[in-house]
Design a protein around this ligand. Structure first.
Ligand SMILES: Cc1cc2nc3c(=O)[nH]c(=O)nc-3n(C[C@H](O)[C@H](O)[C@H](O)COP(=O)(O)O)c2cc1C
Length: 342
């Protein structure tokens, strides 16, 4: 078997319907849920539980928690361990100010002593795998080596490393050399995360870091074929290169499945637009699809924009670029003060 592929946890994106869609386009080897919020009166969010029990991919899934109160984390783990999960993951990376101000998510990276006590309690409670997803630090890398030592001390079973600081958000360059450092100093497997945009980029990152696998977030919204492409590539097979007509079908599936929970059409269209902000960065280099898509008011208009840019005048036969196109960005982005909404 080749390196692992993993679906990165993404709040409001890696929901049950999106996991099901990925299952059809080529499921990743392992999945992570959106985070379960953990605090004194938290209960398990039902829609996230369903992404564990009903995703139908047959692949191991890790339940992610975000929180800092040890008794509440332990209580939540006990509930999660009743579910068919492969393990429990601790979020130490979320950069939304409203999150890190509570010293959870990325905020924990400022406090190694707290991380020590949380991991000790989680290790004592876990019946399966204990995994961590983190960034390289908060403002800078000052605690990076201490954090790695804690991961080793508590026998963490897998580390997913998004190689940016919290302050760097989602758009800076990714410091892959820290992934290599983690690979060299830890006994557990490490997943490389951050801007793995294509098979070629994934291959480069694996070569340079020697990571056990790749964790992919935003690029699988743009290209839901990416996990299958990587698997085919590693098996020495030609991988599938979608055409714009394939993307056109994907747009309909997103509307029918991912937005189905919202009743009113305008909410469904808005939710679809969030996904299409990622799809659109590879459609045309002038950003015309993005421009037109962002202005539609209803699904009929959206359908005709999609038809015009993805099917009409022979466009359907064009190959969908493997990488995002220069200069296009998928705003609104995840650095808004409201948090990790798209
Ligand atoms: C919309 C969105 C939501 C996210 N939600 C989570 C989350 O719930 N838990 C988490 O650990 N990371 C979350 N992340 C971070 C991703 O898991 C990943 O680390 C980051 O996007 C970098 O990987 P990428 O370049 O492949 O997208 C989120 C990212 C995005 C874009």
């Amino acid at each position: 078997m080749g390196p692992w592929t993993a679906l990165a946890p993404m709040q409001d994106v890696t929901t049950l319907p999106f996991m099901r869609i990925l299952g059809r386009y080529g499921a990743p080897d392992i999945l992570f849920t959106e985070y379960f919020r953990v605090h004194s009166h938290s209960t398990l969010e039902v829609h996230i539980v369903e992404s564990i029990t009903k995703n139908g991919t047959g692949r191991p899934i890790f339940a992610q928690m975000i929180g800092e109160s040890v008794p509440d984390l332990v209580r939540t783990m006990e509930a999660l361990q009743e579910l068919p999960i492969a393990g429990i993951d601790l979020n130490m990376g979320c950069p939304a100010p409203k999150v890190y101000k509570k010293n959870v998510g990325g905020g924990l990276l400022r406090d190694p002593a707290k991380v020590d006590s949380i991991l000790a309690a989680m290790r004592a409670t876990t019946k399966g795998n204990l995994t961590v997803k983190m960034r390289i630090g908060f403002d800078d890398d000052r605690h990076f080596e201490t954090l790695l030592a804690l991961i080793e001390k508590h026998d963490v079973d897998l580390l997913s490393l998004h190689a940016r600081t919290v302050k760097e958000g989602y758009r800076s360059e990714v410091h892959y050399d820290y992934i290599k450092k983690a690979v060299t100093s830890l006994s557990c497997p490490v997943l490389a995360n951050g801007n793995i945009t294509s098979v070629e980029k994934g291959e480069q990152v694996l070569q340079s870091t020697q990571a056990a696998g790749l964790m992919i977030g935003r690029s699988c919204i743009r290209n839901p074929w990416i996990f299958g492409q990587l698997r085919d590539h590693w098996a020495g097979r030609e991988f599938f290169r979608p055409r714009l007509s394939d993307v056109r079908r994907y747009v309909d599936e997103l509307y029918e499945e991912v937005t189905a929970g919202d009743i009113e059409e305008k909410f469904r269209v808005n939710k679809l637009k969030k996904f299409l902000n990622f799809v659109g960065i590879a459609v045309d280099s002038n950003g015309e699809f993005l421009h037109d898509m962002r202005r539609v008011k209803n699904y009929d208009e959206l359908r005709s924009v999609a038809d015009r840019h993805l099917l009409a005048n022979g466009r359907g036969a064009r190959v969908y670029p493997l990488e995002p196109l220069e200069g296009l960005i998928s705003r609104p982005n995840c650095e808004t003060p409201e948090g990790c909404s798209l």
